[in-house]
Design a protein around this ligand. Structure first.
Ligand SMILES: [Zn+2]
Ligand SMILES: [Zn+2]
Length: 236
């Protein structure tokens, strides 16, 4: 045969799950059959694939036509994919229908046609082509997948319904969260220092303030009364 674009040159093994024997047609013009076959390896594209050896449910009709055998098939397959929005793995299924002519001889209807191998027909390349074409480019775990938080990357489906961040302040919002705590404790300490300065008559305020932040023994005594708040002010 002069045409070099044969899909294969080896003799097909008729026992392979995706090989059909056109002799089942007999004298009839069409033959239908259903088959469950294990998915071949590396069936998929991008972020989705059909797990190897998972069940492919096939419905195939072979039809005797002038140039060869016309195959009308539908395949239902399991899918495993990675959600394009939330990056979680998910499973689903796909059903793909296709129709291809398997020519007796090459060179008839275009270069990419499929060929019969004697009485045998290997559906795998046609099935691969049809299925891969139909796989979603941006698969989603569900149509309304909320994706990931744009600020912290948390998967929103797993987050509290009111998941949000101190708003719109960006970096400054985070600092604002930190600052009040520091300021509050700073104010407390200087307040204590002042109280102490007043109770220890004669001591200059400034010196007491200098001692303030340090935690020597006396300071801790003072602060234990200081933290009790109202009691501290009564002592004055
Ligand atoms: Zn998702
Ligand atoms: Zn977030």
């Amino acid at each position: 045969m002069p045409n070099a674009k044969l899909k294969r040159t080896q003799r097909l093994d008729p026992r392979r799950p995706l090989v059909f024997d056109t002799r089942t047609l007999g004298s009839a013009s069409a033959h239908s059959e259903t088959r469950t076959v294990p998915a071949p390896a590396e069936l998929g594209a991008g972020m989705v694939r059909v797990p190897e050896s998972s069940d492919l449910e096939l419905e195939v009709q072979l039809e005797d036509v002038t140039d060869g055998v016309l195959v009308t098939a539908s395949v239902t397959a399991e899918l495993v994919g990675e959600c394009a929005r939330c990056l979680d793995e998910f499973t689903s299924s796909i059903e793909v229908g296709f129709q291809e002519l398997f020519a007796v001889e090459a060179g008839g209807s275009g270069d990419d046609g499929y060929l019969l191998d004697g009485d045998l027909l290997d559906l795998e390349p046609a099935l691969r082509d049809a299925l891969v074409l139909d796989l979603p480019l941006s698969p989603l775990c569900s149509a309304d997948c909320a994706g990931l938080c744009s600020k912290c990357g948390f998967r929103l489906a797993d987050a509290e319904p009111d998941h949000r961040h101190p708003d719109d302040g960006g970096v400054w919002a985070v600092l604002k969260d930190l600052l009040p705590a520091d300021e509050a404790s700073g104010a407390e300490e200087s307040g204590r220092a002042e109280g102490r300065a007043e109770s220890e008559a004669g001591r200059p305020r400034a010196q007491a303030a200098e001692n303030g932040p340090a935690s020597n023994g006396r300071q801790q005594n003072t602060s234990s009364t200081g933290t009790s708040g109202p009691a501290g002010s009564k002592e004055r």
